[in-house]
Design a protein around this ligand. Structure first.
Ligand SMILES: *Cc1c(COP(=O)(O)O)cnc(C)c1O
Length: 221
């Protein structure tokens, strides 16, 4: 068995089946992706529009694609016909554009609010109060072709496990607050996307429902 498939199987055997594993295939080849696909795993994540747009036509159409990187509003149109979930909602404008393109494609697109939980210098993501402002904006209610599924976050790049755990606890807390305040009757609002190769076990302990893993499966790129 190849080491990639071995890694995939090991990870799957350590996580509960109700955790969704997004295999992060950025920088990996079509062959790399097909090897995983042919082993029965069909959920993949990419972080650049240009890259996913190049790969999509070359791969089986029953792949569930997740977009996990910063998304510019003017590029939504290139992925709107097939993207399953966008993890990186960081503005109302982006949601409005996704809604518009989803309408054009007669689809509903699942979305997660990306919430800042680390002190690393990152350009993108929302503070909790920004999420509240988006939800309370009157135009938010009119977005019928997006489905808000929950939240996404990234912990600090550090070896400090306690800090990582604390940051994941914050994201879980934000999820719970939003759920109670705005989505109590909405069963769709149910996902917490957190945890990568180095911290997914902590993320799961702290309530992750979706993990995004690249390096621990494919090795260093
Ligand atoms: C690259 C990336 C991942 C996967 O990171 P690994 O450390 O390779 O598992 C997860 N989430 C996002 C947003 C990424 O950009």
């Amino acid at each position: 068995m190849s080491s990639t498939i071995d890694n995939l199987k090991k990870i799957k055997s350590t996580i509960s089946t109700n955790i969704k594993l997004v295999v992060v295939s950025k920088t990996r080849t079509i062959e790399d992706i097909l090897e995983i696909y042919n082993n029965g795993h069909k959920i993949f994540g990419e972080n650049k529009v240009q890259e996913i747009a190049a790969k999509y036509p070359l791969l089986p159409k029953n792949i569930e694609w997740h977009f996990i990187g910063h998304l510019q509003t003017n590029k939504v149109k290139y992925i709107a016909s097939y993207i399953n979930m966008i993890h990186s909602i960081d503005s109302l404008r982006l949601l409005q554009q996704i809604n518009k393109q989803a309408i054009k494609n007669n689809r509903i697109i699942d979305c997660l609010f990306e919430i800042l939980i680390s002190n690393d210098i990152t350009k993108y993501g929302l503070h909790y109060e920004d999420v509240v402002a988006i939800i309370e904006n009157p135009s938010f209610k009119e977005l019928h072709n997006i489905r808000i599924k929950g939240v996404m976050g990234m912990a600090s790049l550090t070896d400090d496990k306690q800090l990582i755990r604390q940051e994941f606890k914050h994201l879980k807390h934000y999820f719970d607050s939003l759920k109670n305040k705005y989505f109590a009757d909405d069963t769709e609002f149910s996902e917490i996307s957190m945890g990568m190769s180095n911290d997914y076990l902590i993320a799961i302990e702290e309530g992750a429902t979706i993990i995004r893993i690249g390096t621990a499966i494919f090795g260093n790129s």
